[in-house]
Design a protein around this ligand. Structure first.
Ligand SMILES: Nc1ncnc2c1ncn2[C@@H]1O[C@H](COP(=O)(O)OP(=O)(O)OP(=O)(O)O)[C@@H](O)[C@H]1O
Length: 307
């Protein structure tokens, strides 16, 4: 597989506090990659490192198959982003704002502005000024600004943040169109799993600066929606050892002191119950459960942040 972004062992500390820890990520060319993590997980910092806005402490970044030196600039013309997106002028229209920022980058091309506004679904002739825009329109304008020069890679920090469900659905359609119809590779961040659904092809889960898991979204769904057997027992340590050593069950978790979850379903509940009984263990509860993707994220990241 060809990757547009690859990082290896990326680290960043702020004042002695590690905010990015040994992050290796792989963003496949032409795909939408979602960086998912709770507030403060380190998503924006990773994006800023990719864009050369923040200097990494160690590790490497490869963009378009080119290993990046710190603050190397040429390649950034191939990337559009909404991080540190310009503070748009509140008293100017979309076209006027995009003209100002185009001028800062070089020259103003009316056709490019018209085209970018068309792609994000904002009217070219609109006289409405920025301060009268809805949040969704503001997000669209930021994306229009990012795509003006037709970049191959888009880095969008929380493009759905604060939008209502309809706004999220519209943003999802726009981002998918940018990927499928315009062929762009897109890295987006979010702290909401639900916002990533039906949008991303790949996902990287960041927690406290570390990459917990990275895989295709489909793979994640397949892996995590498996059933499992939940046991509540009197002697969890001994049962755990018995399951591992005597029954050779591999994938076992201990979510609570007395509970055991078995993901390797080589034995059904009846068979397992009778084996535990025969081995002299007291089983208070045995049931087959379904682990939803949401539950999985909550467990992984320790609670309420991702929903
Ligand atoms: N310039 C900075 N100086 C000091 N600490 C910083 C700086 N920038 C970010 N941090 C800290 O680094 C951590 C990661 O922040 P970051 O913005 O990357 O997280 P995030 O996952 O994007 O969160 P959010 O979803 O809230 O934007 C946070 O604890 C934040 O306070």
């Amino acid at each position: 597989m060809e990757y547009t972004i690859q990082t290896y062992g990326l680290c960043k500390k702020y004042g002695g506090c590690s905010v990015v820890q040994n992050v290796s990520m792989h963003v496949p060319k032409g795909k939408i990659y979602g960086l998912l993590g709770r507030n403060g997980a380190g998503k924006t910092t990773i994006m800023k490192i990719l864009l050369g806005l923040v200097k990494k402490d160690s590790g490497s970044v490869t963009l378009f198959n080119q290993v990046m030196a710190d603050y190397q600039s040429g390649i950034y013309a191939r990337i559009g982003s909404t991080i540190e997106s310009p503070g748009f002028y509140s008293n100017l229209t979309a076209v006027e704002n995009l003209s100002v920022f185009s001028r800062l980058r070089g020259k103003v091309d009316k056709n490019k502005i018209r085209n970018a506004l068309n792609v994000v679904g904002l009217p070219y002739q609109d006289k409405k000024i920025f301060s009268k825009y809805s949040l969704g329109m503001k997000q669209r304008l930021a994306i229009a600004n990012a795509i003006i020069n037709d970049p191959e890679l888009l880095i969008l920090d929380e493009p759905t943040n604060g939008l209502d469900p309809i706004g999220i659905a519209e943003m999802r359609i726009l981002i998918r169109r940018l990927s499928h119809e315009c062929g762009k590779t897109i890295l987006i961040s979010s702290h909401q799993l639900s916002e990533m659904e039906q949008m991303v092809d790949w996902i990287g889960i960041i927690h406290e600066g570390r990459m917990l898991e990275e895989c295709s979204y489909q793979q994640l769904e397949e892996n995590r929606q498996h059933s499992y057997i939940r046991l509540v027992v009197k002697e969890p340590e001994q049962v755990y050892e018995y399951l591992k050593k005597t029954l050779s069950i591999e994938n076992i978790k201990r979510p609570e002191a007395s509970a055991i979850e078995i993901y390797d379903l080589k034995y059904g509940t009846l068979e397992l119950n009778s084996r535990l009984f025969a081995a002299g263990f007291a089983v208070a509860e045995i049931s087959k459960c379904q682990n939803s993707l949401e539950d999985y994220f909550k467990k992984m990241t320790g609670g309420a942040g991702i929903a």
